[in-house]
Structures are given as structure tokens and as C-alpha cells.
Design a protein around this ligand. Structure first.
Ligand code: GTP
Ligand code: MG
Length: 370
């Protein structure tokens, strides 16, 4: 953990080094101005001298490792929008994605769908879109609370026969809190009991308004069963993306986010990573939350090994020390040994703060019991 030289400590207190050296002697430490003090000792001395100690973010190594990254040529180019499909249970989210994937993704024509990757990059005639399947509300919330933004656009699926339901409202609240534009896909319009107008009316209460009513949400009636309206939906998504002008630097060391992760008994920890910046390559050394590793292999959504992946592209990676959390940031760094040190430092810090919290809770309980 933190170290500081006598002269630096003196500087921070705006006093002469000799004053510090004198106080060191009081507690039995003999040293010159270049003497290095550990954090506890430095803190003790400073407090003895009447100074209030504020511990800085002392992970110098982490800062160094981040500064030492190659960030590419700094020229950003358009990237595919990242779209999260949300909505109430059984309103047809998966069916919609299935339909899009089966009609738009060349990968799947050969068969062999890999189910464990929760993100799909599809190519349409008008452009590419990355869909996120897994982030249910909890993952979405977790990422948002950690300040990780992965979604550019939310497609809210509402079944026209069922209407606005609790999870529809929840999804709207998440999207609005994250300030993400919402496109409404009114689904199941092939059903005779479907009522698209009712959905539109009911959504007004939640500030989801179509353009003709003065809002900025676009409504697209679709059927995930027959495929009706889905091309229109894709166009609307791409138009929205154009307005957002989504760009990223595609060169340099990659940065991304873990979408999901699990432990494969045979292959070890596996994470689906959405690349957000730069280029992620086989062989890259990564820091990923509390974990680190060298990427042994990258697989695309159809399970084929690839050598690299750029912005908005989801890939499954192999080679991490342990299973990371979804929402963890992935950063490519130069040095594996240092990556390991930073990862274990982060772990230690989190353990410490958890302990602190626990102690605080114990104290609180103690007072409660008095
Ligand atoms: P969860 O993942 O459980 O939240 O559900 P989901 O939103 O993914 O719904 P899913 O795609 O599994 O669809 C639920 C049911 O609705 C299935 O039986 C689908 O076949 C049916 N369904 C989905 N879309 C349509 C549609 O456009 N028309 C009709 N008639 N049925 C649909
Ligand atoms: Mg589903």
C-alpha cells in the first residue's frame, strides 16, 4: 500500500523536513529526508504533528498502468448502435430478437447457434446494430449504478393484446433515468385482440409520446411472429442512431464492458465483452474489475474464433484469472504482472471497504441495542 518520502510528507504539511525527522525520532525512527515511510507511520507522524490526514487514491500503479496505454490515432468513426430490448414478461423480446437474427445474420445460416453469448451484432442493408439480449432490468440497473453506460437506445416491447404492464413501466423508468431514447415496438399486432391505440394512450402517462402528439418517441407496430414491421423497426433504430452520431476510436488498446460471465468447467472463466473503444486482440493483456489475464481466444456470437474485435462488437473471451462481474470494465494494458498487482490491489481495497461497512453496521447495531 501507500509509501511516502520524508521530504514529500513535509511538503504536504508545508513544514521543514527536519521537523518531520525530529518527530520520527520521537517514535524511534532514524532517517534522512529521503527515508521512505509507510502509510501507517506517515499517518501517525502527521497526526502527532496536529495534521489531519486525508488518504489519497494511492494506487499509483493503477494510474501508471492506465497512462501507459496506447490510445490509438484518436480518429473516431461511426460505430453500430447498442440496443437493449426491454419489456414485460412474455411480450415477445426474445421472439423479436430471434426473428431479427434468423433473417439478418448471415452467421446463423450455417446453423450452430451459440446460446451463451447475450449480445448479437446484426448487419442490415442500411447498417449494423448490436442487440443486447441478457441485460434484464437488474443488470441494466447494476451497470447504471456503477456509471457504466452501454446502451444507446432502448427498444421497449409492449404486447398489443396485453398492454402496459408493471415491467413495462419499470423499463421506462430505467431508460428515462439513464437518459436513453426509447423506441416502442408494439408487438403481437397479428392477434385479433390486439389494441395498439390503447398501448399508445396508456404510455402517455409515462411520458412516452409519439411525435404526432408532441413527443419524441417513435412507435412501430410489429409482429415478431409474422415479421411484419420489423424492417421498419430496424430502420427506425438506425435513424435514431444517426441522430445520436455514435462514434468511437477504433484503433489502440481496447476498452469494453463485461455483459455476462460464467465458469466453463472445461475452458475456465468466460466473459462476454462488448468492446466500446479501440481494438481487442487475441493475446492482449486485460484488467477486468478484480481480475486480469491474457486473452487466449476470442469468439464471435456464432462461436467462431476471431483474432480481434472493434467498437460495438460483442465477443466471448477466454483467459481471465477468475469469473468477472457483469458491468466490469475491461481495459487492455501492457504488462501482465502489473495487471495482476492492480487486480489484487482492487480486491484488497474492496475487502477493506466491505469490512469498514460491516464494522459500521455492527456499531450501529450496538447503539440500537443500547
Ligand atoms: P420473457 O423472456 O419471459 O420475458 O418473454 P419474452 O418477452 O422474451 O417473450 P417471448 O419472445 O418468449 O414470447 C412469449 C410468447 O409470445 C411466445 O409464446 C411467443 O411465441 C409469443 N409471441 C411473441 N411475439 C408474438 C407475436 O408477434 N405474435 C404472436 N401471436 N405471438 C407472439
Ligand atoms: Mg425472453
Amino acid at each position: 500500500s501507500g509509501m511516502i518520502s520524508v521530504s514529500d510528507l513535509a511538503n504536504k504539511m508545508a513544514i521543514k523536513s527536519s521537523e518531520v525527522i525530529k518527530n520520527m525520532m520521537n517514535i524511534g525512527i532514524i532517517g534522512t529526508i529521503n527515508h521512505i515511510l509507510d502509510q501507517d507511520t506517515a499517518q501517525l507522524i502527521a497526526e502527532e504533528m496536529g495534521h489531519k490526514v486525508i488518504l489519497q487514491r494511492e494506487n499509483v500503479l493503477e494510474e501508471m498502468i492506465m497512462k501507459d496505454r496506447d490510445l490509438g490515432n484518436n480518429i473516431s468513426i461511426l460505430r453500430a448502435p447498442v440496443v437493449t430490448i426491454m419489456g414485460h414478461v412474455d411480450h415477445g423480446k426474445t421472439s423479436l430478437l430471434d426473428h431479427i437474427r434468423s433473417t439478418k445474420t448471415a452467421f446463423y445460416e450455417a446453423g450452430g447457434i451459440t446460446q451463451n453469448i447475450g449480445a448479437y451484432h446484426v448487419k442490415t442493408d442500411l447498417g449494423s446494430i448490436t442487440f443486447l439480449d441478457t441485460p434484464g432490468h437488474s443488470a441494466f440497473t447494476a451497470m447504471r449504478s456503477r456509471g457504466v453506460k452501454i446502451t444507446d437506445i432502448v427498444v421497449l416491447v409492449v404486447a398489443a393484446d396485453d398492454g402496459v404492464m408493471p415491467q413495462t413501466i419499470e423499463a421506462i423508468q430505467h431508460a428515462q433515468a439513464a437518459n436513453v431514447p426509447v423506441i416502442v415496438a408494439i408487438n403481437k399486432i397479428d392477434k385479433i385482440d390486439s389494441d395498439a391505440d390503447k398501448v399508445k394512450n396508456d404510455l402517455m402517462k409515462y411520458n412516452i409520446l409519439s411525435e404526432e402528439w408532441g413527443g419524441d418517441n417513435i412507435f412501430v407496430p410489429i409482429s415478431a411472429k409474422t415479421g411484419k414491421g420489423i424492417d421498419k423497426l430496424l430502420n427506425v433504430i438506425l435513424l435514431q442512431a444517426e441522430i445520436l452520431e455514435l462514434k468511437a476510436v477504433p484503433t489502440g488498446m481496447a476498452e469494453g464492458v463485461v455483459i455476462e460471465s460464467f465458469l466453463d468447467k472445461g475452458r475456465g472463466p468466460i466473459a462476454t465483452v462488448l468492446v466500446q473503444k479501440g481494438n481487442l486482440n487475441k493475446g492482449d493483456i486485460i484488467l477486468c474489475g478484480f481480475e486480469y489475464g491474457r486473452i487466449k481466444s476470442l469468439r464471435n456470437q456464432s462461436g467462431d474464433e476471431v483474432l480481434s474485435a472493434g467498437p460495438s462488437i460483442p465477443v466471448e473471451i477466454l483467459g481471465l484469472s477468475k469469473v468477472p462481474f457483469s458491468g466490469d470494465i475491461v481495459t487492455v494494458v501492457r504488462n501482465e504482472k502489473k495487471a495482476r498487482e492492480v487486480a489484487s490491489y482492487r480486491k484488497e481495497k474492496s475487502r477493506e471497504s466491505k469490512l469498514l461497512k460491516q464494522n459500521k453496521i455492527n456499531l450501529d447495531n450496538m447503539f440500537d441495542n443500547i
